[in-house]
Ligand binder design. Sequence first.
Ligand code: NAP
Ligand code: ZN
Length: 352
Amino acid sequence: MYNAKAYSARSATSPLAPATVARRDPNEHDVQIEILFCGICHSDLHQVRNEWSGVMPTVYPCVPGHEIAGRVTRVGSAVTGFKPGDLAAVGCMVDSDGTCAECRAGLEQYCPNLTLTYNFPDKHLGGVTYGGYSDSIVVDERFVLRVPSKLDLAGTAPLLCAGITTYSPLRHWGVTQGKKVGIVGLGGLGHMGVKFAHALGAHVVAFTTSPGKKEDALRLGANEVVVSRNAEEMKKHAGSFDFILDAVSADHDINAYIELLRRDGNITLVGAPEKPLAVSAFGLIMGRRSLSGSPIGGIAETQEMLDFCGAHHITADVEVIPIQKVNEAYERLLKADVKYRFSLDMASLKSE
Ligand code: NAP
Ligand code: ZN
């Protein structure tokens, strides 16, 4: 066991502050990674503030962070895929049973014995897992991803959650050339959704509450941008979408988007607001439309997504900040004031 530097929250109302956490020494299947960048996901904020108390109550101290990119520093004797010096990445999962039907299908995210990267029971040390707002992490090789060498590392870190969470449902719902696809909410997830839907060849419409993001949305790959607070603009698209991805972090009217789907169209929620959303039955009934959800993606698909990003030169648009600015960044997230992901430069943790 050794001590790693980290930033943790002591309660739902306390700011993140410097701390040390225990990490295990790498066992034979483990990879130890020096964390160079960690993205700030809105899920980190929901979890730190215990906004998901009904589903995943937060255990304190909480060290969030599941968009991890760095360099391998040590490997266990049985590790074959990584060696010290390699670039490596870790997302939202660090373990699963590896034997259930979901794991065998490469869908570890549905494993009943999944271990998430933070705030989940730690099988090795007891207590809970600690995430990537830290200088290092030790993870079973099965959950470590390879980073395409040409990609900027600060912009690669967010691919590990924002990237895979948008890539996976776009692929699952058959987004391709000729499909009309909506992406709702231009935050960390949404801006990746626009990039991927564009790269997959779809006609992409971005929906935003922030008129100031219009130009950016077009630059990111949207064919059209709709300011969703404008009912007239929304109406023009009624009954026309094959697929809509909803990446909004707060309460909003999902029925306004259901109305935009064509017959048999699907809207998938990846955004996970604190409070339940009200759904009109008729919106779904008329047009046999469907509403789904989707959590991250499996390990094989995450690697596929990273390789796709390598081939298409896709990374997140990031604002790189030192860890000391993390609390300010959370306040800005709540104001939808980020273009389009904060990426923590973990070198800043050395001065703590
Ligand atoms: P984010 O960067 O904060 O982006 C959220 C965006 O939602 C904002 O930029 C804003 O976009 C829009 N928005 C915010 N408040 C709104 C409101 N009141 N009404 C309408 N739109 C609003 O968050 P993120 O990191 O992308 O995460 C988005 C959500 O996905 C969070 O709930 C997060 O927990 C969840 N998540 C889920 C998974 C999964 O596996 N399913 C994985 C990661 C994250 P505009 O300015 O364009 O309107
Ligand atoms: Zn996330």
